[in-house]
Design a protein around this ligand. Structure first.
Ligand code: HEM
Length: 241
């Protein structure tokens, strides 16, 4: 049986349970957490935007990596065994939107940074900023690429499947750009956890890409079925919501 999305009839119950769990967690942790947060914010007031942009940068990178990996899984047809294509496709689209939203916040917060002040113009125009302009510029171009690919979801029927697919594969370029940008401009790059975050994401995407290409090649190399022979399912499938 395939997953078809959650039933709208249980929506109230789900939100109720979620609200209850959240209230219990907040009740148990809020007083101490608030005290600790206030102390931390007071002592790091000046560098708050800098911490926030780094945190948001990693969240954006994670969302982009998951979206790319999910898209590759979707194109291999593996996810079709678990969920309906419409559900998987919508989730893939939502993940891209989340990655774009987080990146926009990651960039916008930099406008509040007082250590390396940056104007809105410098944040918008690639390579125009004062801080590691070449690597930050790659991040800016990556951001625009992510927006173009996301926008292409809505003009898919107009530009045709082939052009759309070609455009869609530039997401891989965006992933490489985001990895290079994070590694080369990030303060946290020397930390072991950051190294593992970049490595794990890159290995997962590379593995799925090789798998996807292998399936495609195997599919193309298949002998054409003789008339009357039993049809077999294609090994790899294209995005088809
Ligand atoms: C508008 C475009 C962008 C701008 C202006 C921008 C700016 C910056 C800057 C200035 C840094 C250095 C922060 C520091 O550690 O001191 C940085 C780091 C980083 N950025 Fe971006 N970025 C952009 C796009 C992106 C995109 C598209 C992603 C990924 C989806 C991304 C993910 C990261 C990550 C992971 C770091 C490393 C943070 C750290 O090491 O603490 N950025 N970015």
């Amino acid at each position: 049986m395939k997953y078809e999305g959650l039933s709208p009839r249980t929506r109230l119950l789900r939100w109720g349970l979620f609200g209850l769990a959240l209230t219990m967690i907040l009740y148990a942790t809020a007083p101490q957490a608030t005290g600790l947060a206030v102390d931390w914010v007071t002592s790091h007031q000046d560098s708050l935007p800098w911490y926030a942009t780094r945190f948001l940068g990693f969240l954006a990178y994670g969302a982009l990596a998951v979206s790319v990996a999910y898209g590759l899984l979707l194109s291999t047809g593996i996810l079709d065994r678990i969920a309906h294509r419409v559900v998987s496709f919508t989730l893939h689209q939502d993940l891209s939107a989340i990655a774009i939203g987080l990146t926009a916040l990651h960039g916008a917060v930099l406008a509040l940074d007082t250590f390396v002040p940056q104007s809105v113009r410098q944040l918008i125009i690639p390579f125009a900023g004062p801080y590691r302009p070449e690597w930050v510029g790659i991040g800016q171009i990556t951001f625009y690429l992510m927006i173009v690919v996301y926008a292409s979801f809505s003009v898919r029927r107009r530009i045709g499947q082939r052009a759309w697919r070609l455009l869609h594969y530039t997401t891989l370029l965006a992933f490489v750009g985001a990895t290079a940008h994070g590694l080369m401009s990030g303060t946290d790059s020397p930390a072991a956890w950051a190294f593992w975050a970049y490595t794990l994401a890159s290995v997962a995407v590379a593995f799925l890409l090789v798998y996807r290409i292998t399936l495609s090649v195997a599919n193309t190399a298949r002998p054409v079925a003789r008339p009357g022979a039993r049809a077999t399912a294609p090994v790899a499938q294209e995005f088809q919501p």
